[in-house]
Design a protein around this ligand. Structure first.
Ligand SMILES: CC(=O)N[C@@H](Cc1ccc2ccccc2c1)C(=O)O
Ligand SMILES: [Mg+2]
Length: 368
């Protein structure tokens, strides 16, 4: 395929409710979308970065800059551009995995659209719909939390994930267990808010039968997670620490995690995400698909990924209305706790032009 150019489009989508985590509170989602034009078809990619480097070292303006000045020109200079080549062409540039992932996703989408092949089939999906969990933010009170969890259970979500931080952990979990019982699939996500010194405190979560505790320690503290795993019985799941198939293999070998949250952007793209899946499967480690409050563009591709055989735990692939009143694509609607896997060519969805224009704050063409 020949690349004729890439559109960098910035959109601002208001959240239906503030989303608070241990690293801050988000009220809107500032998203960088990519649209690549090739001689065969166009393709869409979504960059998972936040506006500031609080979840990961990357941030939206930085991703736009590295794409505009380095990644797109490198791809434009390459003889052939197909998705399997993108990783190699971009490898000389260190880091910037979410920016690279967005570009690879757009090229992959264009390639598959041109050939009429669905992403799900390309990745090796074995399901036509996926069970969905939901991520619940830190709330102002236990009562507010219980109302929110009750609403999601009524909506049909098959798994509840609670954001936790020091001072908001054991009590919220206890309250949810007391109100909704022991059968609800329940897990927590600390987004690196604790240290190994908190091990005894985190062990207080063990009696509540959680599926997992996600990323309790700093993303670089893999050995700390291995030590923590000896002091708590709740399985440890890593998110921020897992940046590639190799880092997944290392973390598993070191005993740092028994479960992995796979986010395509965090690991550099959907093709690397499949490699993470394969490495985890080889070690008998269950995986699930994480979320970065994607628009329908990223959501469509995540649902396809979540349909691979090793994704045996419900992911954060929630419905569009968990975050947005109006999505930029046709909305993903929860049915019996599941989302359908798109079966159209490529990612199987496209932005609705007028809806996209309503939320667009900037657009820029990078010609190749
Ligand atoms: C669904 C979920 O919990 N996602 C991330 C954290 C997260 C939280 C808040 C976000 C706000 C804007 C953009 C991305 C965000 C990601 C996680 O699993 O750790
Ligand atoms: Mg997480």
């Amino acid at each position: 395929m020949k690349l004729s150019g890439v559109e960098l489009r910035r959109i601002e989508m208001p959240l239906v409710a503030p989303f608070r985590t241990s690293f801050g509170t988000q009220y809107t989602r500032d998203i960088l979308l990519l649209r690549v034009e090739t001689d065969d078809a166009e393709g869409w990619g979504e960059c998972g970065t936040l506006p500031d480097p609080l979840y990961s070292p990357e941030y939206v303006d930085g991703a736009a800059d590295v794409l505009r000045r380095f990644l797109v020109p490198a791809l434009a200079a390459a003889e052939r551009v197909d998705a399997n080549a993108v990783g190699t062409v971009l490898a000389p540039f260190k880091g910037h995995r979410m920016a690279k992932a967005a570009l690879e996703m757009a090229v992959l989408d264009a390639e598959l659209r041109a050939e009429g092949r669905p992403l799900a089939r390309e990745l090796g999906a074995v399901r036509s719909s996926v069970p969905c969990g939901v991520s619940v933010g830190i709330m102002g009170s236990i009562g507010e939390l219980l109302d929110s969890v009750g609403g999601y259970l009524d909506a049909g979500y098959v798994r509840i994930k609670l954001k936790i931080q020091p001072g908001w952990d054991v009590e919220p979990v206890r309250a949810v267990r007391e109100r909704f019982g022991d059968d609800v699939l329940l897990q927590v996500d600390a987004n690196t808010a604790y240290t190994l010194a908190d091990a005894r405190h985190l062990a207080k979560l063990d009696p509540f039968g959680l599926l997992l505790i996600e990323q309790p320690l700093d993303e670089e503290d893999v050995l700390g997670h291995a030590e923590l795993a000896k002091q708590v019985t709740t399985p440890i799941c890593l998110d921020e620490s897992i940046v590639s198939a190799k880092s997944a293999a290392d973390a598993i070998t070191l005993g740092a995690c028994r479960i992995v949250n796979i986010k395509p952007g965090r690991v550099g793209g959907y093709l690397e995400a499949r490699r993470v899946h394969d490495v985890c499967a080889a070690h008998g480690i269950p995986v699930w698909c994480g979320g970065m409050l994607e628009s329908g563009i990223g959501r469509a591709a995540n649902v396809a990924l979540a349909a691979l055989p090793g994704f045996t735990l419900p992911g954060d692939t929630s419905a569009s209305d968990r975050y947005y009143r109006t999505d930029i694509t046709a909305p993903f609607v929860l049915a019996d706790g599941h989302l359908p896997v798109p079966d159209g060519p490529g990612i199987g969805v496209a932005p609705v032009p007028e809806l996209l224009d309503e939320v667009t704050t900037a657009t820029e063409w990078v010609s190749c």
